[in-house]
Design a binder for this molecule. Structure first.
Ligand code: OOG
Ligand code: NI
Length: 466
């Protein structure tokens, strides 16, 4: 009997979710269609250069999803499900303070962590957990009500969790069990047709639309599924031309004349979807909810902590200039100016200054006419063009963009009692909740770079220092 390896399970999971989400939100299919066209045109125009940040096969299949769960128990269960697909928690995101409107969630992203696994299929899911204990959002009475409501629901059935554990133990599954796992896992993220308790939903919505979407319904669902494009500006224009109105700007770094770094994202607004509501008098009626939307992303090079500090400074500088500008400049325009002043214009310089992560190969022709000292710095090798950098793709998310994505789809501000002290969450607490270590993304990128540098050192028979 045939078996499915972990990566095949993951690729199939992403595919099934994509098919399901396309049926639920047909505009997603338009987005995928336009994304595919953008990528094909980009590759036709740019040839091999287009695949510097991932093969076209990888990028075409690449998606990230977003889901939201209600409790620590639900978070730990979803982690077991994702582990079956070789997706592990990476990074901690606190959206509570990253947004001006009320977004009471903390999050991590489940994704593959090995280079080879990422290359085969990089499916990742941004997973938010309701910070139900945070008194700034929920008073004691509401905390108790939320606890009861969320405690009574079952998002992931025992059969799914057992199959998932089995997949982890075996690192593969026989075809029959694999099919069952995929069927149950996909169904667990399907939009439920259960009637929504109108009063309960509205009560939560008054505090936060995100809280209502999480704690006001009987199950979880895909909030959005995001294809990756090689040219997000082109995508943005093509969607507008199709009459699909996008949010006002692209989140993250601006378009500029230098290497793409981190992550750029944009989305179209949530569409009204029919749901059945149950009212206090027991009657039910059709209504609409607007929570699910379409998003698209372009990925660039992962920045080192030093590069990230520079990025944060540039964002702050752009904010400052925009606030004091009187001539109607746009955020993207101002940011492009700041980028041109402060960010290196080449990958080589990013590598030499230690601002971004790379793997390295040796340029034999340059090496042939060079003499290398016993101890040499990485920057020297890069500057001498002996070490040729190849970018490591940023596989994670940006808190400010994530907050912007949440926020772009909220019609109401919600409410937050700033007089209360917020519950503290961090990456360690998230690890405890999940019951497994939440990886630090920088450590993963650094390890990948270090392995490459170590191999180069051995080849050159030299000691390479930072
Ligand atoms: C998640 C928002 C974050 C992203 O791409 O930054 C996100 C959500 O809306 O549930 O998906
Ligand atoms: Ni997203």
């Amino acid at each position: 009997m045939s078996t499915l390896k972990t990566w095949e399970l993951r690729a199939e999971f992403a595919k099934r979710l994509s098919t399901m989400y396309g049926k639920e939100v047909p505009a997603y299919n338009d987005l995928v269609e336009v994304s595919t066209a953008v990528n094909e045109d980009y590759v036709a125009k740019n040839g091999a250069e287009a695949e510097r940040l991932g093969s076209i096969a990888r990028v075409t299949a690449e998606r990230h999803g977003a889901i939201r769960v209600g409790s620590a128990k639900e978070m730990s269960q979803v982690a077991r499900v994702f582990a079956a697909f070789g997706m592990f928690p990476v990074g901690f995101y606190d959206l509570r303070d990253a947004s001006s409107s009320s977004v009471p969630v903390v999050a991590t992203a489940f994704r593959p962590i090995d280079e080879e696994e990422l290359a085969m299929n990089p499916f990742r899911v941004f997973t938010s957990m309701l910070a139900a204990e945070d008194p700034r959002f929920f008073d004691a009475e509401l905390q108790a009500e939320l606890g009861t409501f969320i405690g009574a629901r079952e998002l992931f059935c025992p059969e799914l969790l057992e199959l998932a554990d089995q997949a982890v133990t075996l690192d593969e599954l026989p075809r029959e069990s694999a099919d069952r796992l995929l069927e149950l896992a996909t169904a667990s993220l399907e939009l439920s047709s259960d009637p929504v308790d109108y009063e309960w939903y509205k009560k939560l919505e008054a505090i936060s639309a995100v809280a209502a979407d999480i704690g006001g319904v009987s199950s979880t669902h895909i909030n959005h599924l995001t294809p990756r494009v090689l040219d997000i500006d082109d995508l943005y224009e093509r969607m507008q031309a199709r009459g699909i109105s996008m949010i006002d700007e692209i989140q993250g770094p601006p378009r500029w004349d230098g290497p793409d770094v981190l992550l750029r994202q944009t989305s179209f607004r949530a569409l009204g979807e029919n749901r059945v509501f149950r009212y206090a008098d027991g009657t039910t009626n059709e209504g609409q909810l607007r929570v699910r939307f379409g998003e698209v992303e372009a990925r660039g090079i992962a920045l080192t902590p030093a590069g990230r500090d520079l990025y944060d400074q540039m964002v702050a500088e752009a904010d400052l200039r925009l606030a004091s500008s009187t001539n109607g400049s746009t955020r993207a325009g101002v940011a492009a100016e700041v980028w041109a002043e402060d960010l290196p214009h080449t990958e080589q310089e990013l590598a030499a200054r230690g601002l971004a992560f790379f793997t390295f190969s040796v340029d034999e022709a340059v090496l042939a006419s060079a003499s290398i000292p016993k101890t040499v710095t990485l920057a020297e090798l890069v500057t001498a063009r002996i070490a040729v950098p190849r970018p490591i793709v940023y596989e994670d998310f940006l808190p400010r963009s994530a907050a912007g994505i949440f926020q772009s789809n909220l019609t109401e501000e919600g409410s937050k009692d700033e007089g209360q002290t917020g519950t503290s969450y961090d990456i360690n607490r998230m690890s405890q909740i999940i019951g497994a270590e939440v990886h630090d993304p920088n450590t993963l990128y650094q390890q990948q770079q270090d392995r490459s540098v170590a191999a180069m050192a051995e080849y050159l028979n030299a000691t390479i220092t930072q």
